[in-house]
Design a protein around this ligand. Sequence first.
Ligand code: KIV
Length: 263
Amino acid sequence: MSKINVASLQKMKQNGEKFTVLTSYDSTFTSLINAAGVEVILVGDSLGMVLQGHDSTVPVTLEQMAYHVQCVARANSRCLLIGDLPFMSYATPEQTFQSATALMQAGAHMVKLEGGAWLLPTIRLLTERGIPVCGHLGLTPQSVNILGGYKVQGRTEAQAKQIRDDAMALAEAGAQLVVFECIPAALARDISAELPIPTIGIGAGVDTDGQVLVLHDMLGLFPKPPKFSRDYLAGCTGGVRGALETFVKEVKDKAFPGPEHSF
Ligand code: KIV
């Protein structure tokens, strides 16, 4: 299997072929995820919740993210590897440049940051200097204390327009991928059709170009999985490897996410 880069994902978008993204934080799962044919690994700051036991991603530090990017990069053979910039590591363009450099030198191929128009100068600075950027719109977990909880975003006309305008602006500034988290499926479908760059959905319906899940959610490791996830290990005879392969197949076949996983 050939190595995945942004151009591969762009080609898949053009061909209408769905791609898969999973979070990973260590080398063991990274090997399994590579073998299962997943295209993209996100070293997400969700590790603050699923590894560290916090109730949000806010406490995660840049040093912790760099450590987990290193662990993943050692075992990664094929996937595009995205590293999440954690809370307050990208408050100014200059700070972002230092933080993003740390994740790239730890082994990331791209960095992800949460937010809209206020990030445009930052995205221009990074991309002009050779650091690829993935945006993140809709429910942005680092802003949970502003949003007042983990709620679906973009339900009103004004919010939907804001998300659409932000997505266009991020792409124009140089972002090469964008994640939509917990937004109505119809909104994600319309923006994905209009946007020149590949989109990745989580709780955003079946019509984004790629689908991402948090590894621990899709392996059913928590008693109450979020509505937008599915426990791929339940009833799977092939163990973790089988669960990962089923996820890949269901996304490619557009069998996941179903309406019951969408808003
Ligand atoms: O941190 C993370 O795992 C994420 C995904 C939920 C997209 O940002």
